[in-house]
Every structure is written in structure tokens, then in C-alpha cells.
Design a protein around this ligand. Structure first.
Ligand code: FES
Ligand SMILES: [Fe+2]
Length: 404
């Protein structure tokens, strides 16, 4: 961070870019982000009785699933002599340290100290965070006090095939990922050739970009010369939803939802979901085909993306390495965003008209952070009423079917 701080210009009038993108404990953006729920893990990758270390916004924790199935998040280290709790045993909804057997319940309260003659367990507590399992992901709340109500995204709960496409860690700051979401001007270049020909026709050429603040965050519109309009919704602070012409030839369209969650200031986790409108036999066949396709993949987004950045593989040859179009699109994004550096130096940017969405989002972000710093009220973000979001997503869907 020190080198980043040197590079970033601090003006008296504006918050520095460090203030905008650092979420370490005590940082301004970190205080803001800790006011919301965040996904931390794919649900199916945590078995009952299993514990894992996790790191979110520069802090390490222990994530475990109780033997009855409920997920829990408590502090990273045992309060006795500090060994890593995730190496211990899950017992019911508690976790027992593997070093001397102290036991902590899901609230972080120590309830047992086997080697102590006179237990002082009731005086010992480690941190704990509320958790919630939803849409195939485990969420946690890292702020102080009572968490806000858990947000539900009703359109993702509708009938169809719900997949967790990615829970990948990216070696770059989360704000680069946020800048990219809704930056539709990158699509004709970064993803050239990645979509099926009908999708490509709809999304070729330079789009007209519009973006507005909404009760839930922002809504962006990118209208391509062929008439297709992509609509992106940002739910503050770090969740996106959009309906896509699918790169998968079996699907007419797909609803995507994504969160970008800081691991530390130079790494972020993406949680990417897809809901596609298939039911019954078509859904079963689709799942089988996806599983077979993924089993054939011989490389990873990270490995191939890093090879492009190291000059070992040409960007335009990426499509030769993947069976799965989604992995191809993902790798193309990886190259462009990780290629900006672990924390992009915004003082060297030259933003133009096509960047107005980025400019608006940064203004909103800075406005809220400044209010937090000065103790003024923050905007209360609301999730859209079901009718709002359905209308906007269906609008795109109708256009899509007319064009097919
Ligand atoms: S370090 Fe955990 S019980 Fe001793
Ligand atoms: Fe992209």
C-alpha cells in the first residue's frame, strides 16, 4: 500500500484514490463496505463439519459449517495462544481449537477449556459475524452492531437453471472490477469473436452509453448500432445484474448477477451467478451438457490470462484454448482488468465521453464516502420493486426475440 500511496495524488478538495479503493480495517471505503452483506464462499464447497480460513477486506476469519448445516463466521485465531482455528474440529455449531482444545460457539463465546483446572471460558470471546445462505452462496456481515435486513433478489429466485459460474480470486483491487461492470464500450474489443454470430451482430459496433443514478444504485444503458440495448443495474455497493444475449448457443438469454468483494487491497473475489430460462427436460439436458463441457477444460482463466499478460500467448488466440465460451469471455476480461495493475493508477487516466458511467459511479461513491467521513446521513439504498426491474429486463428480452 505504501507504494500506491506515493503514486496517488491527494488533493484538498477530493478524496484520494486510496480513500476510494482501500477497504482495509479502519479505511473509509472499508467502513462503508462493512455496512452491507457480502458473499464470501460458494455454498456447495463447504461441507457440514468443514472449516476454512477466509480473508475479506484485509481481515482473516474462520468460516465453518456446523454439523447441522448452518454456516458460521468467527475470528481467525484462537484466543488462547493464537493458532489458526480453521484447522480445528467442528462439533455441532461450535469449533474446537486443535492446539489445546478450547471450544468456541457460533457467537464467538468460549465455552470450554479442557486443560484449565478452573475454567475462565465465560470471560473469553472472539469476533463473530452474522451469516446467511442464499442463491448457492454464503454471505456474511462484517460491520458492527445489528446487520441491515438481508437483501433478496427476487428475479434470481425465479424458475430456471441457477448456476454459480465463478467464485474466482482476481489479483486486482475490487474497484477495477466495479469500473468494468457497465463499461459496455469494452465489449466490441475485449470480447470480439466471443459471442455467437446472432449475439455478435446485436452487440457489434460502438454503443451509445447512458447511465443514471437509481434508488438502488445506478442503471446503465448501452445501445448498439443494431438496436440492441444492454441494461445493467448496480445494487450498491458492489452487486450487478443484467440480462445478456448468452454466449452459450443453447440459451436465448441469461440473467447474470455478480458481486466483487475485496480480499485485500490488491485482490478481490468475484461471485458470478447465472439464471437461465430453462425448465424440465431442457434444464436437465442443459446441466448435463455444461458438466461435460467443463470436464473437458484443460486450462484456467487465471493461468491463460497470466500467459497473455506475460506475452506467452496472443490475446487473439485465446479462443483456441477454451471449449466454454463463458471461460473465454472471463479470460478476456481478466487480461484487460488485471492488466491495469493490482491497483490501477487513476491519476494517469484520460477519461472520455464513453467513460461517463465510470465518472458517475465514482462521483456517487465519493459523495457517500465523504458523507460517512463527515458524519452526515448516507443515502438509503432500496432494492427495486419487482415490477421495476422486471420491466427493464423484459424490455431487453422482447427486443432480443424480435431480432432472432
Ligand atoms: S491455541 Fe487454541 S486452545 Fe491453545
Ligand atoms: Fe467484459
Amino acid at each position: 500500500m505504501a507504494s500506491i500511496k506515493r503514486k496517488i495524488h491527494r488533493s484538498k478538495k477530493r478524496l484520494s484514490f486510496t480513500d476510494l479503493v482501500s477497504t482495509e480495517p479502519g479505511s473509509l471505503a472499508g467502513r462503508y463496505m462493512r455496512r452491507f452483506w457480502h458473499p464470501v464462499h460458494r455454498a456447495e464447497d463447504l461441507m457440514p463439519g468443514q472449516a476454512k480460513p477466509i480473508q475479506i477486506m484485509g481481515e482473516r476469519f474462520t468460516l465453518y459449517r456446523g454439523e447441522g448445516g448452518a454456516p458460521h463466521v468467527v475470528g481467525f485465531r484462537c484466543a488462547h495462544r493464537g493458532t489458526q482455528l480453521s484447522a480445528g474440529w467442528v462439533e455441532g455449531d461450535c469449533i474446537r481449537c486443535m492446539y489445546h482444545g478450547w471450544v468456541f460457539d457460533e457467537s464467538g463465546q468460549c465455552i470450554e477449556q479442557p486443560a484449565e483446572e478452573k475454567s475462565f471460558a465465560q470471560k473469553i470471546r472472539i469476533p463473530s459475524c452474522p451469516t446467511w445462505e442464499y442463491l448457492g452462496l454464503i454471505f456474511a456481515y462484517f460491520g458492527d452492531g445489528e446487520p441491515p435486513p438481508f437483501p433478496r433478489y427476487r428475479h434470481m429466485e425465479e424458475e430456471g437453471v441457477l448456476e454459480v459460474l465463478s467464485t474466482m480470486e482476481w489479483p486486482c483491487n475490487f474497484f477495477q472490477r466495479m469500473d468494468n461492470n457497465g463499461d459496455t464500450a469494452h465489449v466490441p474489443f475485449v470480447h470480439r469473436g466471443a459471442y455467437s454470430s446472432s449475439s455478435a451482430n446485436r452487440r457489434s459496433g460502438i454503443p451509445q452509453i447512458a447511465k443514471e443514478e437509481s434508488p438502488w444504485g445506478t442503471t446503465s444503458y448501452a445501445t448498439f448500432p443494431a438496436g440492441w440495448t444492454n441494461v445493467f443495474h448496480l445494487f450498491m455497493p458492489n452487486a450487478y445484474v443484467f440480462r445478456n444475449p448468452s454466449p452459450d448457443p443453447d440459451l436465448p438469454w441469461e440473467d447474470r448477477m455478480q458481486w466483487d468483494v475485496p480480499v485485500d487491497d490488491e485482490h478481490s473475489l468475484e461471485f458470478r451467478l447465472r439464471r437461465s430460462p430453462l425448465t424440465g427436460e431442457a434444464a436437465g439436458l442443459f446441466r448435463q451438457r455444461r458438466a461435460a463441457l467443463l470436464a473437458q477444460e484443460k486450462t484456467s482463466v487465471t493461468a491463460l490470462g497470466d500467459d497473455v499478460l506475460a506475452g506467452k500467448v496472443r490475446f487473439q488466440d485465446l479462443d483456441k484454448h477454451f471449449q466454454d465460451k463463458i471461460a473465454l469471455v472471463h479470460t478476456q476480461d481478466y487480461v484487460s482488468q488485471v492488466g491495469q495493475g493490482s491497483i490501477a493508477d487513476r491519476t494517469q487516466e484520460h477519461l472520455g465521453r464513453s467513460d461517463l458511467g465510470i465518472i458517475l459511479f465514482r462521483k456517487i461513491w465519493e459523495r457517500e464516502l465523504r458523507a460517512l467521513a463527515e458524519g452526515r446521513p448516507l443515502k438509503k439504498w432500496l432494492l427495486p420493486q419487482e415490477a421495476d426491474i422486471k420491466f427493464r429486463l423484459h424490455d431487453v428480452q422482447k427486443k432480443s426475440s424480435r431480432e432472432r
